[in-house]
Design a protein around this ligand. Structure first.
Ligand SMILES: Cc1cc2nc3c(=O)[nH]c(=O)nc-3n(C[C@H](O)[C@H](O)[C@H](O)COP(=O)(O)O)c2cc1C
Length: 243
């Protein structure tokens, strides 16, 4: 254990924030830390849009759920894959831009490495954070609100601010449920580890909000039906080519 691992292990999503802004200096520090993450062949296929306008924050709070924290956290960011600058460079050089699914995946991977580093920097400065996948509930409206250009793929939001709650960190699968040696285990082993995790997570749920629930049931419900089925069309409309 060292200070960094201890900080990472203390992570818990914060959903209630105290009033008070996130200073511009801290934002610059955290974004620069995010940029230090590895990036596939240095393509840096990401950007982050900080939304400051209160009216837009309120509208985004509605579109994402509603999730009040989107309007109320000290800062709100939209994490995007960015292929636009590559397109502009190619256009200026008179070269075709013909990137396919690989480029989309690289944008997802690079953005996610970037933002998790940025998150750790914010957490190390004492802020709390919550990712907002609810941003993908209605990307067409998000697009209308923020006028997102071709080549930019909004993936999720991020609330950052001073925590107004102190939840206990949520347990994860046991390490041997995700760390395998040489080959993937048989299905009975996987299901046994899931059962083990179900009891750990249920104990946590009871202690946190008294709601008995099984992680495996939640997963079953989550993946029983297609969700956000317009995503392919939206990202294609922004220039993604999934072939
Ligand atoms: C990409 C992503 C999107 C998420 N979207 C939301 C969201 O819209 N609203 C929310 O309250 N939490 C959201 N979360 C937070 C997760 O629910 C949370 O990370 C998970 O339950 C584990 O809890 P912990 O972060 O407290 O350890 C999101 C997390 C990720 C990584």
């Amino acid at each position: 254990m060292n200070d960094l691992i201890a900080l990472i292990s203390r992570h818990r999503s914060i959903r209630r924030f105290a009033e008070g802004p996130v200073s511009q200096e801290h934002v610059r520090l955290a974004v620069a830390a995010g940029q230090s993450a590895s990036t596939s062949s240095a393509i840096q296929s990401y950007c982050v849009i900080r939304v400051t306008d209160p009216g837009r924050r309120r509208k985004l709070a509605e579109l994402t759920g509603p999730q009040q924290k989107v309007a109320e956290s000290g800062a709100f960011f939209i994490i995007c894959g960015d292929t636009r600058r590559h397109r502009l460079i190619s256009e200026r050089a008179g070269r075709p831009y013909d990137a396919r699914l690989e480029a989309f995946l690289l944008a997802v991977i690079d953005s996610t490495l970037f933002v998790q580093n940025m998150v750790l920097a914010f957490e190390s400065l004492g802020y709390g954070i919550c990712y907002i996948g609810g941003l993908r509930n209605n990307l067409a409206e998000v697009d209308r609100l923020l006028e997102i250009p071709t080549g930019i793929y909004p993936f999720y939001g991020l609330c950052v601010g001073v925590p107004a709650e102190e939840p206990t960190p949520r347990p994860r699968l046991p390490v041997n449920g995700v760390l395998f040696e040489d080959r993937y285990p048989d299905d009975a082993t996987i299901l046994g580890l899931v059962d083990e995790y179900d009891s750990t997570d249920r104990a946590y749920g009871r202690q946190r909000d008294g709601a008995p629930r099984l992680w495996s049931t939640l997963m079953t419900e989550k993946f029983a039906e297609p969700r956000r089925v317009d995503l392919g069309r939206f990202y294609r409309g922004k220039g993604a080519n999934f072939t």
